[in-house]
Design a binder for this molecule. Structure first.
Ligand code: SF4
Length: 362
């Protein structure tokens, strides 16, 4: 089983973000969260965890004693597989030595929301983090020698150039990262920048292409998904499992789960979640669900193999998938690669994944 914990608190909202999180939380809200989480965790039997992902929000906004309590609750409620991957998202300005020590003792993977090494770009993004706080946090993480260390960056921000994007990788090259996530700036509806923010799509396309080169040449990381790069063995197992239709249990407001047939989403409202509002059930047909899982995993450079597909809950026949892929191949040249054993997108196909996914989900 894969587990996702949503910790719905942020120091303040970043300008592009519409994830569910409460800005400026108080200690009483942290405590209410932990108390209710304990109750929900103990209400059902939790199968052995292959992966656990603590995201948000900002999990590391909790102070050290509360962070420890969160880790203890999870340890007590969920049996961990021997090689269980435990990831935690962290924002640099919330980290100190004590928290890093606790996290290192609990998690196998830390994912840091850097977004940019340039203060001016972070300001444009509405990220509150000084250069000093960023460098201090990255030094502490580097010294703690996490088995896996990811940084998140954002590209395509107005004013950015190919040269400044290249320079981001020079900063990264000094860190022991084995994973990198790079997302194009896409301000969401409901965020402070809003859905109409002028994003330069051509620049974003160019930077996406360059990212694979910089990641490989400067960091030794290879693209394994449209937005993700890793050293061999550094891929985020949690995400890979979920993309391939692995079972997922979600805890915390707005957290999603998948039981092999239906998706359950916890209510995205802190007060309602505390009051015990039931999760929303997404009853879509098995055919639609399989199409969705098939499309999502095509974001990975490895795509699907026949053997992987048979492990998807309720998987249909491989021949159907091949026919669907051939149909796409006939309509769009050079986007999809098909063999007897494998279906994957080409580099050009990855770039047009959104369009391809829409077709697959019809
Ligand atoms: S981007 Fe992350 S840190 Fe910023 S508001 Fe959204 S969840 Fe919080």
């Amino acid at each position: 089983m894969n587990y996702y914990f949503h910790i719905p608190f942020c120091r303040q909202k970043c300008a592009y973000c519409a994830f569910y999180s409460l800005p400026h939380p108080e200690n009483a809200q942290f405590d209410a969260y932990l108390t209710h989480l304990e109750k929900t965790l103990s209400a059902t039997a939790n199968p052995c965890a292959e992966t656990i992902y603590l995201g948000g929000g900002t999990p590391t906004l909790l102070d050290a004693p509360r962070l420890k309590k969160l880790f203890d609750l999870i340890r007590q409620a969920i049996p961990l597989a021997e090689n269980c991957e435990i990831s935690i998202e962290a924002n640099p300005e919330t980290l100190d030595e004590e928290k890093i020590f606790l996290i290192r003792d609990f998690a196998t993977r830390i994912s840091v929301g850097v977004q940019s090494f340039f203060a001016e770009k972070r300001t444009r993004l509405g990220r509150v983090c000084s250069d000093g706080a960023l460098q201090r946090a990255l030094k502490l993480i580097s010294e703690a020698k996490f088995p896996h260390f990811n940084c998140d960056l954002i590209y395509g921000v107005p004013g950015e150039s190919k040269a400044s994007w290249a320079h981001e990788f020079d900063f990264l090259a000094d860190l022991p990262v084995d994973h990198l996530s790079c997302y194009a700036l896409t301000p969401e509806e409901g965020s402070r920048l809003g859905g109409n923010y002028p994003v330069d799509d051509d620049l974003a396309d160019d930077l996406w292409e360059l990212t694979a080169t910089f990641a490989r040449e400067k960091l030794g990381l290879t693209r394994y998904e449209i937005s993700n790069y890793a050293k061999p063995g550094g891929e985020c197992r949690h995400n890979v499992n979920v993309w391939r239709g692995g079972l997922l249990r979600g805890y915390g407001p707005a957290a999603s789960g998948f039981d092999g047939v239906d998706r359950m989403t916890q209510v995205g409202d802190f007060a309602a979640w505390l009051a015990g509002a039931p999760a929303e059930l997404d009853h879509i047909s098995i055919t639609e669900r399989l199409n969705e899982i098939f499309a999502v995993n095509l974001r990975t450079t490895g795509g699907w193999t026949r053997e992987m597909w048979t492990r998807v809950p309720h998987a249909d026949a491989w021949i159907l998938r091949q026919n669907r892929a051939r149909d796409l191949q006939n309509r769009y040249s050079g986007v999809i690669l098909i063999t007897e054993q494998k279906i994957a997108l080409s580099e050009k196909g990855l770039r047009y994944w959104n369009t391809i996914a829409e077709e697959l989900l019809e």
